[in-house]
Design a binder for this molecule. Structure first.
Ligand code: KIV
Length: 273
């Protein structure tokens, strides 16, 4: 059963969120019974092959979120507003969010940052009935300005900015706040300060929920495991092995066999000859 915002706010158990970008991903996540699905703009990195999230467009997000929604009609769906769509004023942000909600069937949008401009957007959207999830700590959309994809909140100034940002997002109306790549003790302090749930990624065990990127969780890309993720499967290796096995069988004329072939009656074939 799809969770509502009040249920998410008062959940006693840790909230489980996973990203998804397409119909099968939506089906897997809903089948596993997660509380929330996020169509993250990590789409740019893990699906579209960009080296950052900056090139992802609103059209990309809508296209992929519609597919996820078809696969997961009964799960609370959050869609990232991509870079540039909420940075040019509240009117543009409202238009982008309305498009996401109307065209994808999403339940909420997410945006990064807690600048006065972003807080104003969060406030306008939530006052107009669009649930907003905030995001502080490491913010991939503006990572260059943050000095790269680095852990945030390690020194007092950065920790204070992150904590104040999370508190301000709650004040502006956010129903949850993602904490990305910050020390676990800072995440705990923020979680204690907020009444809305914190959802951590690389933020320790004290957050009220956790989120992982689908491709990281499933090990779809081989190579070193990211510090902030855990692999629960090695599907990348499995996929490569399966495709290599298929290729070998095709080359050896071992696939297809009679089992995968369709029959034709002798007399019909005879007439053709
Ligand atoms: O884009 C994304 O996938 C995200 C999560 C890492 C929280 O923002």
């Amino acid at each position: 059963m799809k969770r509502t915002v009040p249920e998410l706010l008062h959940a006693a158990e840790p909230l489980v969120m996973v990203t998804a970008y397409d119909y099968p991903g939506g089906r897997h996540a809903e089948g596993a019974g997660v509380d929330l699905i996020l169509v993250g703009d990590s789409l740019g990195n893990v699906v579209l092959g960009y080296d950052s999230t900056a090139p992802v467009t609103l059209g990309d997000m809508i296209h992929h979120a519609r597919a996820v929604r078809r696969g997961a009609p009964g799960t609370f769906l959050v869609v990232d507003l991509p870079f540039g769509t909420y940075h040019t004023g509240t009117h543009d942000a409202m238009k982008a969010a309305v498009r996401v909600i109307q065209e994808t069937g999403a339940d909420a949008v997410k945006m990064e940052g807690a600048t006065p401009e972003v807080l104003e957007v969060v406030s306008v959207l939530t006052r107009n009935g669009i649930p907003v999830m905030g995001h502080v700590g490491l913010m991939p959309q503006t990572a260059t300005a943050q000095g790269g994809l680095k852990v945030q909140g390690k020194d007092e100034e950065s920790a204070r900015r992150t904590a104040d940002g999370a508190v301000a997002l709650e004040g502006a109306g956010a129903f949850a706040v993602v904490l990305e790549a910050i020390p676990a003790r800072l995440a705990r302090l923020i979680t204690e300060r907020l009444t809305v749930p914190t959802i951590g990624i690389g933020a320790g065990v004290h957050c009220r929920g956790q989120v992982l990127v689908y491709h990281d969780l499933l090990g779809l890309y081989e190579g070193e495991e990211k510090k902030l993720a855990r692999r629960y499967a090695e599907l990348g290796r499995e996929a490569r092995g399966a495709i290599a096995a298929y290729a070998a069988e095709v080359r050896a004329r071992e696939f297809p066999t009679r089992e995968q072939s369709f029959v034709m009656k002798d007399d019909v074939l005879g007439k053709l000859y």
